[in-house]
Write a protein that binds this ligand. Sequence first.
Ligand SMILES: [Zn+2]
Length: 119
Amino acid sequence: MSAEAEAHGVGVIRSLTCCCCGGGAGRWAQHWNRDRGYGICRACLDGPYAGSDPAELASLFGTEGVNYAGPATLPADAEARVQALKSLWRADPALSASLSLSDKLAAIAEARKFDGVVM
Ligand SMILES: [Zn+2]
């Protein structure tokens, strides 16, 4: 890896911001052709970039499942699982009270996992 690529953080897995909508783009490897800390979220790929030339997508955003989420890791799915957890806690105050904040954050992080990938 060149010093330049290293300074850019290419390949470093971090929480990325979507370069298109500014929302969360999940935890993926930094792509060389994106500003440091930026990636693309699945919703934007399926929206504004739907039907784009695969070679162009590869140049802009890198590789699916490496630099951005595949179709199976839709943030909407993850959010639905998180909401289900939260309504469980709301429906059962005793259960909710028995959990510390860090327990809940860990459970939420777990709920966001899909195919072993943390959103
Ligand atoms: Zn986006």
